[in-house]
Design a protein around this ligand. Sequence first.
Ligand code: SF4
Length: 454
Amino acid sequence: MLDMTPAVLSERAALRINPCKTCQPVGAMYAALGVHNCMPHSHGSQGCASYHRTFLSRHFKEPAISSTSSFTEGASVFGGGSNIRTSVKNVFDIYNPDIIAIHTTCLSETIGDDLNAYIQEMEIPEGKYVVHTNTPSYVGSHINGFFNMMCGFIKYLSERGSAKNGKAAIFPGFVNPGDMRELKRIAKLMNTPHIMFPDTSGVLDSPMTGSYEMYPAGGTTIDEVKALGACEKVFALGELTGEEPANVLDRKCGVKYELLPLPIGIENTDKFLMALSRFSKAEVSYELEEERGQLLDVILDAHFYLYGKTAAIYGDPDVALGLMSFALEIGMIPKYVITGTPGEAFERKAAALLAKYSVEGCTVKQSADLFALHQWIKQEKVDIMLGTSYGKQIARAEDIPFVRVGFPILDRYAHSYFPIVGYRGAMRLFESITNTLMDRQDRDAADEDVEPVM
Ligand code: SF4
């Protein structure tokens, strides 16, 4: 019989089945969409660009624009130089963005296309910009693609400036537009002038107006990306997503940074607020204090439904760690915690959280897949699953209550408008988790009612 214990499954190195991640360009495209008047450009085949656009559109239920170098057999043999030159000219002529953000694909990386040289040699219209990043999808995940594209913008555009601009830069991590709005609201309440980069609010949650806007009103402006280099400090949210771009900005422009966990749950949000308070010297506003108090109140009201309940948590590394932290705060036991994104820091940070709450018996794995998670759950079931749409077959097969959270959520609507960060986000998470467990309890009670009395 096949040994399916966590230890054995953890050793499977050469194959991923139902991976808990997607490819780098998806993240690069998402980051580029968070820059105002920007056209993301996929340097590869049309199939790659179609997949990435579809993936984002299915999660956000919004059009995710992108152009492509449209590789065919010729480009595969001779390189994509002529394709990218023609593409950039056509995109500026036809779609008129202010900036084109190019990311590579597996094919162009395998060929070894030198985008840096291509960009230096191409004719770029006056006042327009072209930036690029490398996103080979056979390493990393969409999270790497996201922060690589941030690094690309910073390397090309950010300027040290002659004087500091008095602002904080906030790197929000790979979160929904609804989360970015909430982070900006919190920063405003904390009296912190800031530049959020990237910022997909107002782009991938733009309102229905009756006319299609290729470039909606939102997004970090090019001037703001330049001005990142003159910021006083960077708050990089999501320690595993934010460190690389914060490092690049520090090296290029000398802007110091503070790495913070994604503000999911009470303590992580407290840390964000305290960091903003130290920066702006502002007291925490009554509005935020009230929200924190309300959150504690609802947790106290319903804690007996959650205490000791086991959870399987999976998704992007910073989101999974944030959910894990919140689960521990509300008395739950994270039984399995996985991410598909490689990086041993994930396991170290998860272990530190478990040690802090003296919780044992949790399996944590980076670079993991949902097949392994399913096998572990078959060995020892959990009370609830928290993660992306890709876990729904496991939840259905094993009859486990399931809360969709993270990226991607392909089979539900409107989720990207509502935050999971901040105290309000934690309240929403708490409501979803508690009511999902109570629904199950109601169903089980109803099932018992119809049982014949023996
Ligand atoms: S070929 Fe590479 S870049 Fe293209 S969709 Fe597949 S994994 Fe992504």
